[in-house]
Design a protein. Structure first.
Length: 300
C-alpha cells in the first residue's frame, strides 16, 4: 500500500516519467527485449549527460541536493512540463525537516474574507494548503456544498476538505458531470503542494487516509500527476438549478501560507442564468442544511 509520504517520492517520480518515454520518442535505437516500458536508466543518463551511477543513486533515493544543472538536464531529457520541473526540484532538494510546534488552527485572512463578501454574484471559496475550506461566500457554498452547514469553515474541527469530499462524499461526486477529470485535476494539484511541503504531517495524514479509503485516489496518486491547475472549467450538475458550466481562477495570497481564493464565473449564458437563479434562491428560500436531499428529489 502506498503510504502517500511525499518525502520518498523522488525515486517513484523519476521512474514514472522515465516509463512514459520510448526510445523512439528520443531518437534512440532500441536493442534487445525490454522487460518494462520506457527508457532504461543508462539511456536516460546518457540523454541527460550525467553518469549512470549518479542517476541510479538519484532513482534509488540515495542522493539529495541535486544541482540546478542536473535538474535542468533531467527535466529536458524527461520532457517535463514547467510544473513537473518545479516538482522535481522540490523532491531532489527537499528542505531539512524542522521541529515544529503543534500547528495553530488556520484562518482565512481578514482582507480575503472581505473580498469574498464583496463578490456576492461570484461563487468563491478560500482554500488552505491542504484543500480545507477556510471560508466561502453564500453563492460559493450554495454552488459547491449546499448540503453542508454553511458555518462549518469557521470551526476548524468541522471544516470541509475539497479533496476528501471529491473522493468520499457522494453529493460532491454527483455534482461533477466529469468526475474523473476533476479528480485528476485535484490529485495533480495536491501532488505539487505535497512536494513543496514534505514535512507537513497533516498533509501526509490526509494523503495517507485517502489512499486507504479510496482506491481511485490511491491509483491516481501512484501515477504521480503534477499540475498547478490555476485555471480551468468545471462541468457541474447542481441538484437545484441543473447543469452549470463554470470557469475557475485560482488566486494565491501574497504570504507563504498556501491559501488560495478560487473564484468561479459562468462559462455561457445558460450557466449565467442558472447562477443568477441560485443566487436568488440563496437569498430567499434556499433549503437549510438537512433539507438538501428532499429539495433535490423534488427537482428531479
Amino acid at each position: 500500500m502506498n503510504t502517500g509520504r511525499p518525502s520518498g517520492d523522488l525515486p517513484a517520480f523519476l521512474r514514472s516519467r522515465r516509463a512514459r518515454l520510448t526510445p523512439e520518442d528520443v531518437g534512440i535505437t532500441s536493442y534487445g527485449l525490454r522487460r518494462v516500458p520506457g527508457l532504461r536508466r543508462e539511456e536516460l543518463a546518457q540523454l541527460a549527460g550525467i553518469s549512470p551511477t549518479y542517476y541510479m543513486r538519484l532513482e534509488q533515493g540515495q542522493s539529495t541536493n541535486a544541482s540546478d544543472a542536473v535538474i535542468d538536464a533531467l527535466a529536458r531529457a524527461l520532457r517535463l512540463t514547467a510544473d513537473e520541473r518545479a516538482h522535481l526540484t522540490d523532491l531532489a532538494r527537499p528542505t531539512r525537516a524542522r521541529r515544529r510546534r503543534p500547528p495553530r488552527p488556520e484562518h482565512a485572512r481578514g482582507t480575503t474574507v472581505r473580498l469574498l463578501d464583496a463578490m456576492p454574484t461570484v461563487p468563491a471559496v478560500v482554500m488552505g494548503r491542504r484543500t480545507e475550506v477556510l471560508a466561502w461566500n453564500p453563492l460559493g457554498h450554495a454552488l459547491l456544498a449546499g448540503h453542508l452547514d454553511p458555518t462549518a469553515p469557521a470551526r476548524p474541527a468541522d471544516r470541509p476538505n475539497l479533496t476528501r469530499m471529491l473522493f468520499l462524499d457522494p453529493h460532491t461526486r454527483e455534482l461533477h458531470r466529469d468526475w474523473h477529470e476533476e479528480a485528476c485535476r485535484a490529485v495533480a494539484s495536491l501532488r505539487l503542494v505535497a512536494g513543496r511541503h514534505v514535512d507537513d504531517p497533516a498533509l501526509n495524514e490526509l494523503v495517507g487516509d485517502l489512499c486507504v479509503r479510496s482506491d481511485e485516489f490511491a491509483a491516481l496518486w501512484a501515477s504521480h500527476p503534477v499540475h498547478g491547475c490555476s485555471t480551468g472549467r468545471k462541468h457541474l450538475h447542481h441538484p437545484v438549478v441543473g447543469d452549470v458550466d463554470v470557469d475557475f481562477e485560482v488566486l494565491h495570497t501574497a504570504d507563504d501560507t498556501g491559501q488560495r481564493l478560487i473564484a468561479h464565473v459562468a462559462a455561457d449564458p445558460r450557466s449565467a442564468a442558472a447562477l443568477s437563479l441560485l443566487a436568488t434562491i440563496e437569498g430567499g428560500d434556499q433549503p437549510r442544511p438537512g433539507q438538501h436531499d428532499r429539495h433535490r428529489s423534488a427537482t428531479r
